[in-house]
Write a protein that binds this ligand. Structure first.
Ligand SMILES: *[C@@H]1O[C@H](CO)[C@@H](O)[C@H](O)[C@H]1NC(C)=O
Ligand SMILES: *[C@@H]1O[C@H](CO)[C@@H](O)[C@H](O)[C@H]1NC(C)=O
Ligand SMILES: *[C@@H]1O[C@H](CO)[C@@H](O)[C@H](O)[C@H]1NC(C)=O
Ligand SMILES: *[C@@H]1O[C@H](CO)[C@@H](O)[C@H](O)[C@H]1NC(C)=O
Ligand SMILES: *[C@@H]1O[C@H](CO)[C@@H](O)[C@H](O)[C@H]1NC(C)=O
Length: 640
């Protein structure tokens, strides 16, 4: 059973269903009606400050972290420290983070433990730990016996609400009965346990590869993603939901050490369920109620929804969605044409922080024209989701949006608006946000981290000169806290454990084959505009008939929203040069009238792009340009 989104349901209830002499099929779910139903909030005061980090040493030579640099002998980091901030501890006074310590003296110097990738806590109230530092390393000096079977990945640190455990990468760091921030949590009583997802019928082996782990707010479930390769070599990623179970003495699989096993695993994809694009006879349709999780991003504050980057609602426009874990009801959280990915919903579900390329113009060349149905996206989503970065350079800025997201002229509030754009300021465009931003448990603050652009994304042949860091020690990463200074702290009861069962997912059976996403078979179809007009869609499979090669669409006065009317042609052919290197041949000749006069056009020889989903390096021949009411949006130059 499928449900319309809350927002759409509310709108349909609010709007009279009429038919006009224009032949409109129904009243559109226009953004303006949404604005009327849920008036957007006024901008609010936001104060952004930088949080303290260990001092910088310029080399990773043994002993380079001298007492001159750190008189407390508690470690140094390199300018490029791999910093990633995590969430707050339950009392809101500390934030978790990972970074690499460098330059420690050799053992048996007590400072020798401050080396390599570690989990730290950072105090956010301007005070210090008993060491005199505003940070504390939790994992430095943990004995080999206490970290048997530890996995290498430490990313996305997330504290549990018990204050004594943190998930970091595919590990859970556990200080037993001691609070992590207290002096009684020491390396001697800290344990690091690996997390294992059993993927074989007999329970043997190291388990499946898991990434992007997110603790559910009930603290007993976990969302994660897994990338795998289909039998024909194509990269796929699915989201999963599971229970986290401590296994003190495993009898199968490796490591055979105390570990956390993922049980009651559900794959959040049903090959037999409604897909975003389906065909019936000679008709093709786009189904906004289909749950299509590109990558799982987390959960709502109270845990009833899962958040994800999903199959687009509008062509080339990558957005965040939420799906109810029980009913499968979908809400589109963002609709700005730019690219969104990291997201955190506030503990009371009323707000969200997103990191988005909006305002930078990065994605407007392909996504700026509104109201194009997501049909060529059957083959172009890899390209449209991979052009957001230039290698390590992000274009993300953090934005505050209320629960109902983009609507009308409301595009959220940039957290760093108060900055002066100067080098090193809070909104210096050369410093961009990285995943994930995180709300404080009382909903008054958000922590996030940023990285400054470095070569080869600047300098040398790149037109962007490399900036000099103004952060202490010349660091290129920094941890920031936004304080919503007029907000009152919220007090919420702990989220009760939710069901192990996600009814719209499929229970995972260890050893079973990874499914492939069904797609419409080769043919020529008609797509009816939800309001008016239609499009002819020509789908061509590749010669082995295992994937779509080309999607060509010809629009005549097509409109899904009654606001934008599309005419013209667009065709995208996608091939994979390697499992991660995508090549697209793109031809657009589209015009839109209605709320804006826009065109989306490729150069006469077409637009040809090579882009690797893991490297994100823009490499194109030809051009793709979108013009909106005379404003021209061009693609980034190669290598920028
Ligand atoms: C068809 O596409 C699939 C998926 O990208 C690929 O594995 C396969 O090699 C392609 N076949 C041909 C003949 O190109
Ligand atoms: C979760 O897994 C456990 C252990 O396999 C099982 O006993 C329990 O019934 C499962 N829960 C559900 C809701 O299926
Ligand atoms: C946030 O701002 C409020 C109001 O200015 C202030 O009282 C509070 O101390 C600030 N919190 C932090 C952690 O800086
Ligand atoms: C559909 O596209 C294929 C090439 O991808 C082309 O050969 C064929 O003629 C097209 N069919 C129609 C009806 O346009
Ligand atoms: C661009 O054209 C050059 C020269 O023909 C070719 O070597 C290169 O592969 C093309 N790149 C793309 C992304 O099509």
């Amino acid at each position: 059973m499928r449900f319309a989104s809350t927002v759409t349901t509310a709108l349909l209830a609010a709007a009279a269903l009429t038919t006009t002499s224009l032949g409109l099929r129904r009243v559109p779910s226009s953004v303006d009606s949404l604005t009327v139903l849920y008036p957007p909030p006024q901008p609010e005061p936001i104060v952004v400050t930088e949080l303290p980090l260990p001092p910088v040493t310029l080399s990773d030579q043994v002993g380079s972290c001298t007492p001159d640099i750190n008189p407390h002998r508690t470690g140094c980091i390199l300018r490029d420290s791999g910093l990633q901030s995590g969430n707050f501890l339950p009392d809101g006074k500390y934030v978790t983070a990972i970074l690499s310590f460098a330059g420690a003296p050799a053992a048996p110097d007590p400072a020798s433990i401050y080396t390599g990738l570690q989990l730290i806590l950072v105090k956010v109230d301007g005070t210090t730990f008993p060491s005199g530092d505003p940070w504390k390393c939790v994992t430095c000096g943990v004995t080999a016996a206490n970290q048997a079977g530890q996995n290498a990945a430490m990313d996305y640190p997330q504290a549990f609400r018990d204050g004594s455990r943190v998930m970091s990468g595919t590990n859970i760091i556990d200080c037993g009965s001691a609070q992590l921030a207290s002096s009684s949590c020491t390396p001697a009583n800290t344990y690091i346990y690996p997390i294992r997802w059993n993927n074989l019928a007999d329970g043997s082996g190291p388990g499946g590869s898991i990434r992007e782990l997110r603790i559910h707010p009930d603290n007993v479930h976990l969302g994660f993603s897994s990338i795998s390769f289909t039998t024909d070599g194509k990269l796929t990623e699915y989201g999963y939901f599971s229970r986290i179970s401590f296994n003190p003495s495993p009898s199968t699989g490796t490591p055979l050490t105390p570990r956390y096993d993922l049980t009651n695993v559900t794959r959040l994809f049903n090959p037999a369920g409604l897909q975003p694009i389906t065909v019936q006879g000679d008709q093709i349709s786009y189904n906004p109620d289909a749950i299509s999780i590109g990558e799982l991003r987390g959960f709502s504050g109270r845990g009833s929804e899962i958040t994800y980057v999903g199959y687009p609602r509008e062509s080339s426009n990558i957005d965040a969605f939420a799906a109810d874990l029980t009913t499968g009801k979908i809400r589109r959280l963002t609709s700005n044409p730019e690219y969104v990915d990291p997201i955190d919903v506030s503990p009371d579900d009323k707000w969200m922080i997103i990191e988005d390329t909006r305002g930078t113009g990065r994605q407007m060349f392909m996504a700026g024209m509104r109201g194009i149905p997501p049909i060529t996206d059957l083959v172009s989503t890899t390209a449209s989701s991979s052009t957001r970065n230039n290698g390590r350079r992000r274009f993300f800025e953090p934005f505050l949006l209320d629960r109902y997201g983009d609507r009308g002229t409301y595009k959220g509030q940039k957290l760093t608006e108060a900055g002066d754009n100067s080098p090193g300021s809070i909104n210096d465009p050369n410093w961009n946000a990285l995943a994930d931003p995180r709300w404080s448990p009382d909903g008054t603050r958000v922590v996030y981290h940023q990285e400054m652009v470095i070569s080869p994304a600047c300098g040398g042949p790149n037109p962007l000169p490399c900036p000099t860091s103004t952060a202490s020690g010349g660091r290129i990463q920094r941890m920031m806290m936004a304080n919503f200074t007029t907000r009152k702290p919220v007090q919420l009861p702990p989220v009760a454990p939710i069901s192990d069962v996600v009814p719209w997912g499929v229970p995972y059976v260890p050893g079973s084959a990874i499914p492939t996403r069904p797609y419409p078979s080769q043919g020529v179809y008609t797509l009816k505009g939800k309001v008016t007009g239609s499009a002819k869609v020509n789908i061509t499979e590749n010669s082995s008939k295992t994937a779509i090669l080309t999607v060509a669409v010809s629009y005549s006065g097509y409109s899904d929203d009654g606001l934008n009317f599309i005419t013209g042609t667009e065709s995208v052919t996608s091939t994979n040069l390697s499992p991660t290197l995508n090549h697209v041949d793109w031809y657009s000749r589209l015009t839109s009238t209605g709320q804006a006069l826009s065109t989306k056009r490729t150069s006469p020889d077409g637009f040809h792009l090579n882009i690797d989903v893991l490297l994100n390096l823009f490499d194109a021949n030809g051009t793709l340009t979108t013009t909106i009411n005379g404003q021209v949006y061009k693609q980034p130059a190669n290598g920028t």
